[in-house]
Design a protein around this ligand. Sequence first.
Ligand code: SF4
Length: 270
Amino acid sequence: MPERLFVCTPSKLGTYADCPRRYRYAYVDRPSPPKGPPWAHNSVGASVHTALRNWYALPSDRRAVAELPMLLKATWVGEGFRDTEQERAAYRRALGWVESYVTGLDPSDEPLGIERVVATKTSVLAFNGRADRIDARPGPSGPEAVIVDYKTGRFEPTADDARGSQALALYAYAAQRTFRRPCHRVELHHLPSGTVAAHEHTEESLSRQMSRAEDTARDIMTAEKAVAAGADPDAEFPVRPGTLCSWCDFRRNCPAGTDRPAKEPWAAMG
Ligand code: SF4
């Protein structure tokens, strides 16, 4: 029997790379341990992503900055904030970000995809992921696809972040196969600062990232098989305590997380 392919998304692979125990809580243990309360910064991120998606869903002659207050309000996620005042301030800040971001866009541009799923298979894994946006741009030898990822966090990403992001590389790898055109450029669009951090991949660097993803997939499958055969799940999916624990949804249920300082759900609001 051929080995089953490991079905994965960037967030599944990223979760294991961050902490195998967190991966187990999120994807292996059933029922999954209860998560902590929702985070305000996730609410802001989700709201901004949805507003931009819905802005592109408008006919191009209606894609105006003036549409944004209504779009952002209609799908605003109000979870995790300390109080109404903080939530209102976050809404106003987010509206400012999307307004200035959209001012720099050409409303007549039709991206290849908005929140579009791209997928590909190798001999080890079946990858699928939803890219925020995939642009069509002219390249030196014809049309190319460009991966665009929106960022709303406090830290301004750098070109190194774009180069090192496994998720972006895997989207590019899969987009080449989905759209049958080259896709080497990946971009992090940081809305709070209005900056773009970009990297041009090569075929080699994309393949290298895919090989790394396959290595992670093999590690996960080995651990899952060992647990199914009776091995100790705590040993197969070890904890990896660090600064991430304070932001981990499973901190309350994890032996390594309970002694880490807790963050309030709105801690990243500044
Ligand atoms: S609290 Fe820390 S060690 Fe525990 S699962 Fe979360 S990230 Fe891993």
